[in-house]
Design a protein around this ligand. Structure first.
Ligand code: NAD
Length: 480
């Protein structure tokens, strides 16, 4: 069984603990894919020291030159979409098409950030004083801790590493414990693209040791984190002790509001795609439908019909359209939400059970619930599984109230032909991203983020990423 190693200061290194843990295939938990480091604080400290040492030189490399490395990396991602996608499917479970799509999306984001490296502009301001020039320039932040989740193990790290490098920072990267293999592969591609030693360091291990240690280190200037709100709070608290900057991309409870939809079939297609891609394990997954009483029956029928066509199985099979959940724990969470919903009066229209006939994998049937109470946990909390509750309402005001009655504020979709309603929703809904007559899919050059318990700090992707990865410096210059 292959043992993988951390990558620190330009070398593959065994963890100081000497401990390795198995990485399993969620479609077949008996299959061990490799043994991966369970690193300790010493490894994190070594990686931080390497990043710190490399920082001075890397920030002096001209932005367009740093961009060239990212362009080579983006090309390599495209070239490796099939083999890297296969690894992604094996360790994460999503279907091959989604995996290859994720790798290609990561390439587009890396390419955008390569361009950003030539656009790290500041501003020149008119001065109050004659003969004095005023400039605001941007400088790199320093050492960045990048902590990523398992649900998008390629695009999320790239979304952190590419802007960090473009802006002249160095990185310590801690991937999720469930998806370390794709992280090793990403490092290999970065090395092939010409990464200098120490500029990106990979330390694998648990969140409570590696992630926590990274967040607590005063030598780390910024932590970019994607994951659950509970972990985000811990990281925010740890970083606050040394006034470290944070970018937190957290959970969501994204609603699709359907009210006078222009086309119910189209709305249902968008909703089902956004709800069940990656087995519902997406921060922007649509995880509740709020529909007018007049449209509820027809919309529900179409959604159920589409969901019944989903073919669950091993993501490596060409006919599979939805893979397993990542772990046994997530399977139990989905079951618990559905059981509680049923106990409080909801009706299961399809799904609502494990698919044990598919073997030992963590397979759960795509599930649609009707008659869901708006204040029940399934309607307000993040499920992160293939479960879609449907709530019917009388009015636009009721829809907005229910939509906002959650601690989250990531994304929302509204399907309506009424432009006034659409704009009222866009104004009233508390979310970072609003989609009108469109599922919750984001684009590779557009700012991405949430409000309330869904995020903190600068939006990632697109032009706003620089706000996290760079700091301002003001220069007053008197000319004689
Ligand atoms: P998680 O919070 O359990 O773990 C995320 C990462 O944090 C992992 O690498 C983990 O090892 C690490 N971690 C755990 N404890 C830590 C600690 N004390 N200090 C530092 N790091 C620690 O989340 P997950 O289960 O991997 O991912 C699912 C969650 O991610 C969902 O809530 C989902 O909504 C969210 N997510 C959000 C976005 C977004 O952009 N808003 C995108 C994808 C996923």
């Amino acid at each position: 069984m292959e043992q993988y190693r951390n990558y620190i200061n330009g070398k593959w290194r065994t963890p100081s603990t000497g401990v390795y843990v198995p990485n399993i295939n969620p479609a077949d938990p008996d299959e061990v894919l490799g043994m991966f480091p369970q690193s300790g604080g010493i490894d994190v400290d070594q990686a931080i020291s390497a990043a710190l040492a490399a920082s001075c030189e890397w920030q002096r490399v001209p932005g367009p030159e740093r961009g060239k490395l990212l362009l080579r990396f983006a090309d390599l991602l495209d070239q490796h979409a099939a083999p890297l996608g296969k690894i992604l499917t094996k360790e994460q479970g999503k279907v091959l098409k989604e995996s290859a799509g994720e790798v290609k999306r990561a390439a587009v984001e890396a390419r955008f950030m390569a361009g950003e490296a030539s656009r790290l502009s500041g501003e020149t301001l008119p001065s109050e004083v004659q003969g004095v020039w005023v400039q605001v320039i941007r400088e790199s932040l320093g050492v960045i801790g990048a902590i990523s989740p398992w649900n998008f193990p390629v695009v999320t790290p790239v979304r952190k590493i590419a802007p960090a490098l473009a802006c002249g920072n160095t990185v310590v990267f801690k991937p999720a414990s469930d998806t370390p293999w794709t992280a090793v592969y990403l490092m290999e591609l970065l090395i092939e693209a010409g990464l200098p030693p120490g500029v990106v360091n990979l330390v694998m291990g648990s969140g409570s040791v590696v992630g926590q240690h990274l967040s607590e280190s005063s030598a780390v200037n910024g932590i970019t984190f994607t994951g659950s709100t509970a972990t985000g709070r811990r990281i925010y608290t740890a970083a606050a002790q040394h006034l470290g900057r944070v970018q937190l991309e957290l959970g969501g409870k994204n609603a699709a509001v359907v009210m006078d939809a222009p086309n119910l079939e189209e709305a249902a297609k968008e909703i089902v795609a956004a709800a069940f891609a990656a087995s519902g394990q997406r921060c922007t997954a649509i995880s509740r439908v709020i529909v007018s009483k007049a449209e509820a029956g027809r919309l529900t029928d179409i959604i159920v019909e589409l969901v019944r066509q989903i073919k669950v199985g091993d993501g490596l099979s060409s006919d599979t359209t939805m893979g397993p959940l990542i772990s046994h724990a997530r399977l139990e969470t989905a079951e618990e939400f559905v059981r509680n919903a049923e106990n409080s009066g909801a009706r299961i229209l399809t799904g609502g059970k494990r698919l044990t006939e598919l073997g030992k994998g963590f397979f759960y049937a795509p599930t649609v619930l009707r008659g869901v109470k708006p204040d029940s946990p399934v309607a307000r909390e993040e499920i992160f599984g293939p479960v879609l509750p449907i709530i019917s309402v009388e009015s636009i005001e009721e829809a907005v109230t229910i939509c906002n009655d959650t601690s989250y504020g990531l994304a929302a979709s509204v399907f309506t032909r009424d432009i006034d309603k659409a704009m009222e929703f866009a104004g009233e809904i508390q979310a970072g991203m609003i989609h009108l007559n469109h599922g919750t899919a984001s684009q590779a050059h557009v700012p991405f983020g949430g409000v309330k318990a869904s995020g903190q700090g600068a939006f990632s992707i697109g032009s706003t990423a620089k706000d996290f990865y760079m700091t301002n410096k003001v220069i007053y210059l008197r000319v004689s």
